[in-house]
Design a binder for this molecule. Sequence first.
Ligand SMILES: [Zn+2]
Length: 107
Amino acid sequence: MEKVLALIFSFIAFVIGLAFLITGRVALGLLLFAVALGILFLAYRRKETVIVEQKVEIGGDVSSQLLKCRNCGAELKKDSMEVKLGAVFISCPYCHSQYQLEEEPKW
Ligand SMILES: [Zn+2]
């Protein structure tokens, strides 16, 4: 969308520049040509910003497992899961032990 706008603007600048050239105002015409080229250059050389989204999905493999507290053997619920610094932690509602969930290597 922005590129289309840039194209339109540069075209307008080009046409006006051409009109100046025809009417004898060469300096202004050349200036507008330069503007047209500048707009095109900026529009097409600008790097697209890449938004890196980090998503931590809890579910799938984790939810199918029955998690048990290693300390007291109580069942650990998904509700007590917490995401801290990109890692998933689960805390026991009974003895308040905290565990870090680790993904199993996939190879
Ligand atoms: Zn426990």
